[in-house]
Design a protein around this ligand. Sequence first.
Ligand code: DQA
Length: 144
Amino acid sequence: TTVLVLNGPNLGRLGSREPDVYGAQDLDALRALLEAAAPEGTTIDLRQTDDESELIHWIHEAADTGSPVILNPAAFTHYSYALRDAVSLVTKAEGTVIEVHISNPHAREQFRHTSVISGVATGVIAGFGFESYLLALTAIRRMH
Ligand code: DQA
């Protein structure tokens, strides 16, 4: 299996972006952690985009291939109904999309307390730094 690990806007700046909130490690470090944790026969396909349309197309790709998805929607979490609809079409068809966050949005500003994605995600993991992604990978392994 291939696990798609999709990251939304500004996450390409991990490592230098607000390290007090998001840590000092970058996306390449995250990829390496996931690859080290992936079971034999599981490929990690980690991507990042600042573009809502591109992210939606990647979710459509998962709908076509059946690949499980670990999704950090970043700020799109809080307002993108288009991304929500894309996630919904996957999960309503028995696909897996796990919403993850590095920080705990509920412990932050009010606007981060709402996720328009959570209601259609398979599950949500937030607040554990990069470990959130590793926990999601474990969940996928145990579910599939
Ligand atoms: C985030 C939390 C979001 O509120 C924020 O917009 C991000 C990152 C996280 O991983 O903690 O860009 O999704």
